[in-house]
Design a protein around this ligand. Structure first.
Ligand code: ADP
Ligand code: 5GP
Length: 399
């Protein structure tokens, strides 16, 4: 282990700021980040049992702040350990939870939460779930209306049903004849969607062709939790927002061979009124310009011949001919028992557990390697490498 400092975080009830009226209630942890103390756990009394609350004590002003909490709010576990990582996020290890739901990150000072704080005008924190292993990056597909995004995505999902999952967006526009609620979109009222946006439930949103469209954090999480690679069909403004978020994705822009062909396709689809077609074509000009913005899209594909474009899309996604499924599963480890201690050494974390079952005591040690963390809130922090190790292993191996 050399000179590396080791901080042992036991069943923590943190150091609460002195002279303030909030007392630790049950499972609460206080963590200092710069001039602020983040109190995790508890929260409003009615929430105490259901979710893990977050409150901030600003030492400079002596005031408590209720931040905007983005991402899925954590269901209150039986217990948890927490520690600060990289001065910008707090790792929360839930007790007695399946490994897939055990590691969570509360981002407190990442570029993403700083940016969100500016747009919300409040303090912002964001939860993201730690994903074991290196799940594939989500795919963002943008392009003007009628260019063929939906057609290409359907082909991909039909050919690789167990690999890809579609992020079902919310929209305030009316459903088309064959569109199903919850499958193509979540069709919603503007007032409800605006409230949900305020409550931090959306990863991104934009006004497109006169309607509100947005990707909820949950839409992306549902796909991630099914073990599939997420595909987002969103406009250029949405792509820009996702690019600015911590969600690491591949950005693909689909462009038509000509404006005339785009117009022909849009009309041939027959789903919009003449007025709506005109609006979409007007907006397409700006979208085509925006699609060329330096650094926004990783790939630009011309959808002239559909089969050629589809082949190019598959090549970008590393899907060679004949490969029908690309399905990765993480390691399966036993649930972490309730009684565990967590030690952080550099970017590696040792989780020691002692459990007594059927009169026998067992000692298990897990090693969580955080050195390859990718992505982040809201959504998923990928690249966690967890493995069970022999509890007699000397910690010298770890540094
Ligand atoms: P988007 O989802 O980008 O709005 P769609 O996938 O709905 O576009 O495609 C618009 C119309 O164009 C559909 O009727 C579709 O069948 C057709 N289309 C898609 N790609 C091509 C192509 N390469 N050549 C000709 N027609 C196409
Ligand atoms: P349509 O009404 O044709 O289904 O979609 C119109 C436009 O809205 C398309 O460019 C599509 O990519 C975009 N869109 C669909 N869902 C979302 C979303 O969740 N967010 C954003 N920003 N755009 C979306």
């Amino acid at each position: 282990m050399g000179e590396a400092p080791a901080f042992v975080v036991e069943n923590v009830i943190g150091e609460f700021p002195s002279g303030v009226d909030l007392k630790p209630k049950g499972n609460q942890t206080a963590i200092d980040v710069g001039s602020k103390t983040y109190v995790i756990g508890g929260g409003a009394d009615h929430e105490l049992k259901s979710t893990i609350g977050v409150q901030i004590y600003d030492k400079a002003s002596g005031k408590w702040i209720n931040p905007t909490v983005l991402g899925t709010k954590l269901k209150a576990p039986e217990g948890f350990s927490a520690m600060l990582l990289n001065d910008d996020r707090i790792l929360v290890v839930k007790r007695n939870s399946p490994v897939g739901d055990c590691f969570w990150f509360l981002e407190v000072n990442t570029p993403f939460v700083r940016q969100q704080a500016k747009s919300f005008g409040t303090e912002v924190v964001a939860w993201s779930k730690g994903v074991i292993g290196d799940a594939e990056k989500p795919i963002v597909i943008s392009g003007p209306s009628g260019v063929g995004k939906g057609t290409l995505i359907s082909k991909l999902m039909d050919e690789f049903p167990s690999t890809f999952g579609f992020s079902v967006s919310h929209t305030t526009r009316a459903p088309r004849e064959k569109e199903q609620n919850g499958v193509h979109y979540h069709f919603t009222e503007r007032s409800k969607m605006e409230k949900d946006i305020k409550d931090g439930k959306f990863l991104e949103f934009a006004n497109v062709h006169g309607n509100l469209y947005g990707t909820s954090v949950e839409a992306v999480e549902v796909v991630a939790d099914s073990g599939k690679r997420c595909i987002l069909d969103i406009d250029v403004q949405g792509a820009r927002s996702v690019r600015a978020s911590s969600l690491e994705a591949i950005f693909i822009f689909i462009t038509p061979p000509s404006f005339e062909k785009l117009e022909k396709r849009l009309r041939a689809r027959g789903t919009e009124t003449e007025e709506q077609v005109q609006k979409r074509l007007r907006n397409a000009k700006e979208e085509l310009k925006q699609g060329q913005s330096p650094g926004l899209f990783d790939h630009i594909l011309v959808n002239d011949d559909l089969e050629t474009c589809y082949k190019d899309l598959k090549a970008i996604l590393g899907l060679s001919e004949g490969v029908k499924t690309v399905h990765k599963t993480g390691p399966k480890l036993a649930d972490l028992p309730t009684d565990c201690s967590v030690t952080i050494i550099d970017k590696k974390i040792l989780i020691n557990s002692n459990s007594a079952e059927h009169g026998k005591t067992s000692n298990k040690t897990f090693l969580l390697d955080l050195s390859l963390l990718k992505g982040g809130a809201p959504g998923r922090t990928r690249g966690l490498n967890l493995r069970a190790i022999d509890s007699s292993t000397d910690t010298k191996q770890l540094s």
